[in-house]
Ligand binder design. Sequence first.
Ligand code: FE
Ligand code: FE
Ligand code: ZN
Length: 278
Amino acid sequence: MFYIGNHLSASKGYAAMGKQEEKLGGNTFAFFTRNPRGGKAKAIDQKDVDKYLAFEEEYQMGTLVAHAPYTMNLCAAKEDIRKFSIEMIADDIKRMEYLPGNYYNFHPGSHVGQGAETGIALIAEALNAALLPEQSTTLLLETMAGKGSEIGRSFEELREIIDRVTRNEKLGVCFDTCHVWDAGYDIVNDLDGVLAEFDRVIGLDRLKAVHINDSMNVCGSHKDRHQKLGQGEIGQEALRRVTLHPALAGKPFILETPNDDAGYAREIAMVKEWTANC
Ligand code: FE
Ligand code: FE
Ligand code: ZN
């Protein structure tokens, strides 16, 4: 089974997102757990949760890949922002338990001039404070393009975070094709080599989900500007090989491309055509 979907607006609830994704042709999706620019999360509606869980079962939806808000920075230099970020991730972990066994993806953080080592230590400290022994959600560190002072611009940085987290059995990685390409990993000419490198540094068993995006920029640009599949520097052929790579088989693939609903439906149909034999 191949799992493909896109990022949806969470404003109408989980059941509405499930229906919407079905309409677009997908069988998994992503959503922000709260306003992407921060703020309070909507109260959980148990009726909506139950409705979604029934839908999920009926339509054999893949594992969902929730996304943390962009305002969360576990390694902010200002202590109040760090504290607020830890509260936010701890609250999101609790909220995710209403939909057991799914993924919660987040940007590791930006060290804002403190240096990568300090950033990594602060992120690990925050995760050690927030992770719960009984949680069923796996948290995914997203591979980052390395713009500004982003942590996660190399597989080594992600590995360092994982190594410092006590309950790291709750941690995985989300492989964003635009970000790894922008970070300097050549998935166009050497996808096998990049995934072998991921395996050597982190271990492929940690790779739980894929953000499938084309990039407006060249490999190593550290820019992070997503493009529609096949219209960027990565290109259709290389993205097709990503969807078909045996190391990524069975993972949820999430589109974060600049599209309206019709565009997403087209991209989902295209990816389904590539992967029809999966
Ligand atoms: Fe992201
Ligand atoms: Fe992403
Ligand atoms: Zn991005």
